[in-house]
Design a protein around this ligand. Structure first.
Ligand code: UDP
Length: 232
């Protein structure tokens, strides 16, 4: 299966099922990429290198799907939150670590997940508000998790996973953004219709207008850059 290139960033054009199989087989870092991350990577070579060294890069939202469509590549969106939840059920008999979000949020997310899938074995749980990466990495490595979910927002989570990867080469590590907040019941996912139309971002922006500043200039700029690359 081919890895497409968009503005210099590799994106795997897998179906959900193929992405699950690839993640289980290859392990390593899973990035759920969006236009904001591509934009940041364009300006920051260190981050670009992290994105391009990930074992699996999945198109999370409609922005990247649209960008790929503009260069004639059809992909299905793979929402990171659904992918991570599926991987939890696949790893229900193995050691799992969850790192990120506020202390009460990650605790509640773990409780809710255990209620849903009782055999989940969380060997390490830590909130996402720490300064000493090295200590958290050391504590995680000690517990030998097979699956590590990291919810620090981007680019923090990708940088953290990249560092962790060298110490835990056989684990599967996924950056999951705001997923713990949803699993904790703190934040609602958009209604199904918005999800289906790829408009989760619109729903979230209306509910939380401060996101607007973050995403608004990025998407039109991203489309222009993709078209420029295509026509040059
Ligand atoms: N977060 C964290 N530590 C930080 C900053 C953010 O644990 O230093 C958490 C935050 O509590 C939230 C998650 O990162 O649970 C994702 O935040 P956001 O929704 O901004 O990320 P996005 O999915 O939009 O990248």
């Amino acid at each position: 299966m081919e890895r497409a290139k968009l503005l210099g960033f590799g994106i795997d054009t897998y179906t959900f099922e193929q992405a699950v199989e690839a993640a289980k087989k290859k392990r390593g870092q899973v990035v759920t990429i969006n236009p904001e991350m591509i934009e940041y990577g364009t300006k920051n070579p260190e981050f670009a290198a992290i994105l391009n060294s990930a074992e699996l890069v999945i198109p999370d939202g409609i922005g990247v799907q649209l960008g790929l469509k503009l260069i004639s590549k059809e992909v299905k969106r793979i929402p990171g939150i659904e992918f991570a939840k599926y991987m939890l059920s696949e790893f229900k008999n193995e050691n799992i670590a969850m790192i990120g979000a506020k202390p009460y949020v990650v605790k509640k997310a773990v409780e809710n997940l255990k209620e849903e899938i009782p055999s989940l074995n969380f060997v390490y749980v830590h909130d996402g508000y720490f300064d000493d990466d090295a200590r958290i990495i050391e504590e995680t490595v000690e517990k030998r998790p097979e699956l590590v979910l990291v919810a620090l927002g981007s680019p923090k989570q990708e940088k953290f996973i990249y560092k962790l990867k060298s110490k835990l080469p056989n684990a599967l590590m996924i950056g999951v953004g705001g997923s713990f907040d949803v699993w904790a019941g703190e934040v609602e996912r958009a209604p199904k219709l918005f999800q289906k139309l790829g408009l989760e971002w619109l729903y979230r922006t209306v509910k939380e207008p401060k996101r607007f500043r973050r995403i608004f200039p990025v998407l039109p700029l991203f489309v222009i850059k993709v078209l420029k690359e295509k026509w040059s």
